[in-house]
Ligand binder design. Structure first.
Ligand code: ADE
Ligand code: ZN
Length: 330
């Protein structure tokens, strides 16, 4: 089986971060918004570093002004994921960019996103489930409002709650209340940590937010005791190697710790994060892992089984996605 055909589970994809630059440019043109400074001459996204990336990301989001745009975006992103062999995608959705954390507006945006997802599933067989995501540098009050949106829409489709954004902003303990709200609503928890900050940040996510999964978490490698704890406690890392290398969180593919973490018994999974921003896709991630670490079909099958186990969906959905992994084309 080729790496493209191999069925894949992706647990870490930001919906807006999946927007192709041409999609955003067309929307900007339709609305007469001049955001030409966020594009490179060859039509990619232009930014200097991670913090500038966050600004460019938010500028791109200013073109997404209504539910209909999010429906179109969902369909475009899922079509691309499906073309890369993704059969199940857990996607970060941010009420911040969908009506400004207003509960009623969020319900409308979510309805449109689900319509897009239903159409994409009928067309390509790909299953989407949502993880509502607070943006760390918007602060703890905003995160509580985001958690209130999450409470209102938690269920078998909105299955998780997380936090992304600038890891250097505030302390993760500022977000305990928001995460408690989400947990009480029955949502499963993940947090971006250990991408830009060190192992202490990963510990903070575990100790203060009680997450089951960590977004990135790769700098845990600097602390062997933490690596042992991740392995023993079964805390799953949503690793996005291409994102880390492109943004400079890791110096190269060769230096990336994903293989060392896996060898130490940590449950690692592979995702793209914001694929057009990092000029990557799932097939390219797999190709680079094969090339750099010699991983083969059985290694990737293992990773996908681990990702299926770690997915936040209900058991009925997990059974469906496991079937898609074992018997492609069902
Ligand atoms: N939002 C989108 N991509 C992100 C990343 N890699 N880290 C933190 N926040 C993000
Ligand atoms: Zn991310």
């Amino acid at each position: 089986m080729t790496l493209r055909d191999m069925p894949k589970v992706e647990l870490h994809l930001h919906l807006e971060g999946g927007a192709p630059p041409a999609f955003i440019r067309d929307l900007a043109d339709e609305k007469n918004l001049d955001i030409s400074n966020i594009f490179t001459p060859d039509g990619g996204y232009a930014y200097r570093d991670f913090w500038h990336f966050l600004e460019v990301y938010e500028t791109a989001c200013t073109t997404l002004t209504g539910p209909e745009e999010f429906k179109r975006l969902t369909k475009a992103v899922l079509a691309e994921s499906a073309a890369n062999g993704v059969v199940y995608s857990e996607t970060f959705l941010s009420p911040d960019f969908c009506g400004g954390r207003d509960g009623a507006a969020w319900q409308e945006y979510l309805h449109a996103i689900r319509e897009g997802a239903d159409e994409a599933e009928a067309e390509h067989g790909i299953i989407l489930r949502g993880v509502i995501t607070a943006i760390r540098h918007f602060g703890a009050d905003a995160a509580r409002k985001t958690a209130a949106c999450a409470q209102e829409t938690a269920g078998d489709w909105i299955v998780g709650f997380g936090i992304a954004g600038d890891e250097k902003s505030g302390h993760l303990s500022d977000f305990t209340y928001a995460f408690d709200m989400a947990r009480e609503a029955g949502l499963r928890l993940t947090a971006h940590a250990g991408e830009w900050s060190g192992p202490d940040e990963v510990r903070a996510a575990i100790d203060h937010l009680h997450v089951e999964r960590i977004g990135h978490g790769v700098r845990a490698i600097e602390d062997p005791a933490l690596v042992a704890h991740l392995a023993a406690a079964g805390i799953v890392l949503e690793v996005c190697p291409g994102s880390n290398v492109f943004l400079g969180a890791m110096p190269s593919w060769e230096a990336h710790p994903i293989a060392r973490l896996r060898e130490a018994g940590v449950s690692v999974t592979v995702s793209t994060d914001d694929p057009p921003f990092f000029r990557t896709d799932m097939v390219q991630e797999y190709e680079m892992l094969a090339q750099t670490f010699g991983w083969q079909e059985e290694d990737f099958a293992d990773l996908n089984r681990a990702a299926a186990d770690a997915a936040f969906c209900d058991e009925k959905t997990r059974a469906r996605l496991r079937e898609k992994l074992e018997k492609p084309n069902v």
